[in-house]
Design a protein around this ligand. Structure first.
Ligand code: GLC
Length: 645
C-alpha cells in the first residue's frame, strides 16, 4: 500500500475508529501490509520450516524496531502521512554535501546552516558519516558500522542534535544506506575472516575460482582500472569473496534471509536517528545470479519492496530514494511495477536527464535529449525524481545506442567525442574534466569534474576571457534552472552554487589518487562565501542567480511534481522547451543550448500555447517577451521561464 492509500485508510472512519495509539496504528499498518510482506518473503526465501522460523523472527524484529523508535518520530510519521506526498512539493530544494569538506564536522555544519538557508536549501543529503576503514573507503561507502558516527565528524549526540535542529526548522535530511555491501572491517566481515561459517554465509564466499569465474563471464566491471574483476581473495579465510565495487567492499548475500532481517534492523536504527529520506545506495546490485549482469533482477525489486513495506509499517514517514544509475527504462522500475507499484521507492535519481543534459551541452543539440526523455514511460503519480547536474560521482555515458544511431551518429564514435570534449581531448573545447575508469578493452569511460570546470569556467578564468566567463556562468545557471523547474526535487551539489572549480589535490593523497571522482569533491571555500557581499565576481553572479531561481521556484505551485510536464520539440534543435501545466495556467521553460543566439518562431510559440496576445513574460528577467521580425530571440545559453500575463 503506498503513502497516499495509507493516508486514505488512516483518515477513513474504519482506520481511525479502531486505532488511536501509535501502537494500534502500527498494528493496523502491519495488518494491511502483511499479506504482501509474506508473499515477497516467501518468494525470495521459499517455504521451508527454517524459513518459517525466519519469517517469525522478522515479525518479532519489526515489533521490536517499532518499539525502539523514538516517540517524537512516531508522531512525525503520522504527520508526514497526513501531509501526503510532501516530497513532490515545489518548496523543496536540496543540497548534497560532505560534512568534513563543507565545514569540518557536524557542529561546523550547524554553524553554517544559515548559509544554506539563505540560499533557500531545506533538504540535505549528508554524505556517509559513519565509521569506515582509515585508508581507502570509497568516500565512506565502505561501511564499518551503520550507526557509529566516525569521530572525525563528531559524536552521535552531535548528529542527534543536528537532526532535531533540522526538524525544528523543517529541513529534511537524507542519509545513505549502503545496502549492497559492507567494508571488509565490518563486524560480520571480521568474523568471516576469523573462520565463522555463519558470517561467511553473509557474503558470497567461495573456496575456489570455479563459480567466481562463471560469474565474471557476465558481471560488468564497475571500477575496471582500480578494482578489476568482481572477486577478491581473502587470505585469512582462504576464500574468494564477491566484491563488485572495490576489493574492500564485500557484497552482502541476500539469498540468506538472516542478512535481510539484520539489514532491516540496521536500516531502521539509522532512520531512528531522525533521517527523513534513505538513499538506497547501489540498489540495482542487490541480487546476484549466474549468467546475468546481476543488476536490476526481479529479485532485487522484490527485496527492495520487502525493505520498503517493513519500513513503512515501522516508520511510515520515512521514504526511500533509489540510487539506480541504470538505463532509463530500468530506473523507472524502482518506483515499483505491477503489484509492487507504489511499494518500492518514492524517489529516484533522474540520471537520464543529468547525462542527457551533458550530451546537449557538448553537442549544442537537444534532439537526443528530447528523444530519450520522450521514450521514458510516465512514472507513477506518487513518485518523484531527484533532478541534478553533478554529484560526488562520475558522469556515465549511458545513452541508448539505438537513439544515438537515430541521430545519425555512430554510438562509439559519439561517446569518444564526448570523452574528448569533456576530458581535454579537443583543443577548442571549454571543458576541463578528467576521464574516469577508462576501459581500453571496449573504449568505455566516464567523466569527472566539477560543474563549473566542465562548463568552461576554469579555462575561462585562467585565460582571463571575460566573454567566456560570462558564457560559462550562463550555462551553469541554465542547467540549474532546468533542474529547478523539471518536476522533482532539485539537488544542488555543494560548491556548485559558487562555481567551485576542480580540486586536483586528490593526486597527492594516497587514499584518493586512484579515484578521479575526488576532483569533484572540493572543500568549501568560506573565504569566497564571506566575500559574496563585497566582491561581485563570478561566484557572486552564480550564487545570486541561483538564489533568485530558487526563490522563484518556491513561488510557483505548478512546479510541484504532479506529472504535469510536457516536452515541446521545435524545429530549432539548439533549444530545449518544456511546459509545466496546471489548471490555472502554464509555465514554459525555454533554454538555449548554443553559444550563438537562437530564435523561435512566433507561430510555433503560439502552437504550444504562448500567445503574444496574452502578454507573455519571462519571470527570470521580469521582462515582457518581445518579437524581432516575428521571432523570439534567446541569447547564448539564455533561459526564460515564460508565463502569460
Ligand atoms: C554509489 C555511490 C558511489 C559508490 C558506490 C558504491 O554508486 O554513489 O559513490 O562508489 O555506490 O558504494
Amino acid at each position: 500500500m503506498n503513502q497516499a492509500a495509507l493516508h486514505h485508510l488512516l483518515i477513513s472512519k474504519e482506520g481511525i475508529k479502531g486505532a488511536h495509539t501509535t501502537e494500534e496504528l502500527f498494528k493496523l499498518r502491519l495488518a494491511t501490509n502483511l499479506s504482501l510482506i509474506k508473499t515477497l518473503f516467501f518468494s525470495l526465501y521459499p517455504e521451508s520450516s527454517e524459513n518459517q522460523i525466519h519469517f517469525h523472527n522478522l515479525l518479532d524484529s519489526m515489533e521490536h524496531l517499532f518499539g525502539i523508535r523514538p516517540d517524537e518520530l512516531k508522531k512525525l510519521d503520522l504527520e508526514r502521512i497526513k501531509q501526503g506526498n510532501w516530497y513532490q512539493n515545489e518548496r523543496l530544494v536540496g543540497m548534497q554535501l560532505y560534512v568534513d569538506r563543507f565545514n569540518k564536522d557536524l557542529n561546523g555544519l550547524v554553524d553554517r546552516l544559515s548559509y544554506l538557508e539563505d540560499l533557500g536549501i531545506n533538504f540535505l543529503h549528508i554524505m556517509p558519516i559513519t565509521t569506515r576503514p582509515s585508508g581507502e573507503s570509497d568516500g565512506g561507502y565502505a561501511v564499518n558500522n551503520y550507526h557509529e558516527i566516525d569521530p572525525k565528524f563528531g559524536t552521535k549526540d552531535d548528529f542527534l542534535a543536528l537532526t532535531a535542529l533540522a526538524r525544528s526548522k523543517n529541513i529534511f535530511l537524507m542519509l545513505d544506506f549502503v545496502v549492497n555491501h559492507t567494508s571488509d572491517e565490518f563486524s560480520w566481515a571480521k568474523k568471516a575472516k576469523a573462520g565463522e561459517e555463519k558470517y561467511q554465509g553473509y557474503y558470497h564466499t567461495y573456496t575456489d575460482r570455479i563459480i567466481p569465474e562463471e560469474f565474471e563471464k557476465t558481471l560488468p566491471e564497475i571500477f575496471p582500472e582500480s578494482a578489476p574483476g568482481s572477486f577478491t581473495h581473502v587470505p585469512e579465510m582462504d576464500k574468494w569473496v564477491m566484491t563488485c565495487f572495490n576489493n574492500y567492499q564485500w557484497d552482502l548475500n541476500y539469498t540468506n534471509p538472516e542478512v535481510f532481517i539484520e539489514m532491516l534492523g540496521n536500516l531502521v536504527k539509522m532512520a531512528n536517528m531522525g533521517v527523513d529520506v534513505v538513499r538506497f545506495d547501489a540498489l540495482a546490485f542487490l541480487w546476484k545470479k549466474l549468467g546475468t549482469i546481476s543488476q536490476n533482477l526481479p529479485q532485487a525489486h522484490e527485496l527492495i519492496s520487502l525493505f520498503r513495506l517493513c519500513l513503512q509499517v515501522i516508520a511510515p514517514g520515512v521514504i526511500l530514494l533509489a540510487e539506480a544509475i541504470v538505463a532509463p527504462r530500468n530506473i523507472i522500475k524502482y518506483f515499483g511495477e505491477g503489484i509492487l507499484e507504489g511499494n518500492e521507492c518514492e524517489v529516484a535519481y533522474n540520471a537520464s536527464l543529468m547525462a542527457l543534459l551533458w550530451n546537449s551541452i557538448a553537442t549544442k543539440q537537444t534532439s537526443l535529449l528530447y528523444k530519450s526523455l520522450m521514450e521514458i514511460p510516465t512514472k507513477p503519480n506518487d513518485a518523484t525524481w531527484i533532478n541534478y547536474i553533478r554529484c560526488h560521482d562520475d558522469i556515465g555515458l549511458g545513452y541508448d545506442d539505438e537513439f544515438i544511431r537515430d541521430m545519425g551518429w555512430n554510438p562509439s564514435a559519439h561517446r569518444k567525442f564526448l570523452l574528448d570534449y569533456y576530458c581535454q581531448g579537443l583543443e577548442w573545447s571549454p571543458a576541463r574534466g578528467l576521464i574516469f575508469m577508462y576501459n581500453p578493452k571496449n573504449g568505455d569511460g566516464r567523466i569527472t569534474g566539477s560543474a563549473a570546470s566542465l562548463l568552461g569556467l576554469e579555462k575561462a578564468l585562467e585565460e582571463k576571457d571575460k566573454v567566456a566567463i560570462d558564457l560559462s556562468i550562463a550555462k551553469i545557471l541554465m542547467l540549474h534552472g532546468i533542474i529547478l523547474s523539471y518536476g522533482g526535487i532539485p539537488m544542488i551539489y555543494m560548491g556548485d552554487e559558487l562555481g567551485t572549480l576542480n580540486d586536483y589535490s586528490f593526486r597527492t593523497n594516497a587514499a584518493h589518487k586512484n579515484d578521479s571522482r575526488w576532483v569533484n569533491r572540493p572543500v568549501q571555500d568560506w573565504k569566497v562565501v564571506d566575500k559574496l557581499k563585497s566582491k561581485k565576481n563570478h561566484s557572486f553572479k552564480i550564487y545570486s542567480g541561483l538564489k533568485k531561481l530558487i526563490q522563484l521556484r518556491k513561488k510557483l505551485p505548478l512546479l510541484a511534481d504532479n506529472n504535469n510536464l510536457t516536452l515541446h520539440p521545435s524545429s530549432n534543435s539548439q533549444v530545449f522547451v518544456f511546459e509545466r501545466t496546471s489548471d490555472s495556467g502554464s509555465l514554459w521553460i525555454i533554454s538555449n543550448f548554443d553559444k550563438a543566439p537562437q530564435f523561435l518562431d512566433v507561430a510555433w510559440l503560439f502552437s504550444i500555447g504562448i500567445s503574444f496576445g496574452s502578454d507573455p513574460k519571462d519571470l527570470i528577467s521580469k521582462k515582457k517577451l518581445v518579437l524581432e521580425e516575428g521571432r523570439l530571440k534567446l541569447d547564448p545559453y539564455q533561459q526564460m521561464w515564460v508565463a502569460l500575463g
